[in-house]
Design a protein around this ligand. Sequence first.
Ligand code: GDP
Length: 507
Amino acid sequence: MSSRPPIVTILGHVDHGKTSLLDFIRKSSVAAKEHGGITQHIGAYQIEIPQESKSRESEANREIPRQARDDFAVSRKITFIDTPGHVAFEKMRSRGAKVADIAVLVVAADDGIMPQTIEAIKHIQEAKVPLIVAVNKIDLPGINLKVQLEKIKKQLSDREILAEEYGGDVPIVPLSAKTGEGVDKLLETILLVAELNEIKADPNTAVAGVVIEANLDKFKGPVATILVRSGTLKKGDEILIGGVKSKIRGLFDFSGKSVTLVGPSTPVEVLGLEVVPAVGAVLGEEPKAEEDLRQQQTQSLVDKLKQGPAKTLKVIIKADKQGSLEAIQASLEKFNEESQVINFIALGTGDIGEENIKMAATVGAIVIGFNVKVTPTTQKLAENEHVLIRTYNIIYELLEDVEEVVNTLLEVGQLEEVLGKANIIAEFPYGKSDRVAGCRMIGGIIAKGQRIRVIREGTLIGETKLKALRKVKEEVNKVEKGNDCGMLFDPPVDFQTGDVIESFRVI
Ligand code: GDP
């Protein structure tokens, strides 16, 4: 095992400066300075911290054992993930994948703890990752830092986050993502926490990693950003993601440069995948039911798009940054794979303004905002003009909603999957007024509680639910092909002998 760069995620309340901090760190990194800036292509990046700054942090180094310090000297890199912290946590924790090694909780010095700060704290505590609190915006004029810091530490201690001064082990780093003051100290603290937590991996073991972003690119096909946690990922490797085997055709680092292999803690864009994996999917993992469903869903959508004349959804998109805007557009392009469903009327950065609403009203578009605001006047105008505005700060929520709108638009109604089929071969009275359908299963599985449709000569007679199921005299939960059974529906439905019933679910 050797040391690897810590993987850090930044969480906190909206507007407390997460993005500014990530941007500042990236832009002030040595590589960025040497290359005149680095455009980040994926939702993660890595920086390397020059050795000189280490000596300035003698305090930090004193506590580190000698051996660790030597390891430390060779590995002064930090990986930052910039998918919104809580999304990363939720999606990945649900699959048991640990992504971040360290969480940085950003709290604005003027605001203190806010609702999303509390939410972030919950995620961090559940994930049991070491935490550093960055008190941001210390440059704000009129801030009494001492008083605010005390207040924040007190608020944190109420949530069982104990600052070092309170006898705990949570470092509190005051800084400004605007002027950069204190950012060096944060980076040193991250490295120190990483050392103390012995963040290690074996570069020679089987590769393990997790998908932190994925989308279908119009030109490149399925593309995913994978964070390698251990082992080494090489071009040409065959990997299993989300239960599907793919051969890696290309690897690109966060700046878009082609690379042939990557080691632990490195984020990398991977090309050549057979399908778009789910965020949080783990390399080598067998497929999960949930993923199957997701893939089916995308597939059904694509299938639907192949049929019939495509209608289009006109959209105006406003995002906080060019990067987000491009990411959203690229993700939405997946709906345009088969035919043009989404028509991009206008794309821009900045808040949603009255001119956007006017344009939307003229062409019949909807307005989508990402990390941007809508003023009350704009909102009012939109209401008067019957223009729909939706704002998001989580990309996948935006995509999910658009997918839903697209579905409705294409008049596919709901996407349904037939689970089982049976013929009604007899009927029996039941109770005072109910009837039981005597059925012969002809395919699939029908189970209690499922939604049921009655079809007569190809025409839908009614829909109901399966309330009770009997095989001979015995109450059962499900029946399979080849079985005869009695079915009781609730609410009652007007079936007759000769009808076909189908059980189905809505995806
Ligand atoms: P996020 O929502 O947490 O990603 O917050 P942003 O990074 O977008 O920052 C929200 C606002 O606070 C922006 O207007 C930033 O310019 C401002 N901001 C962020 N960090 C600082 C800081 O250290 N000092 C000051 N004065 N403003 C900051």
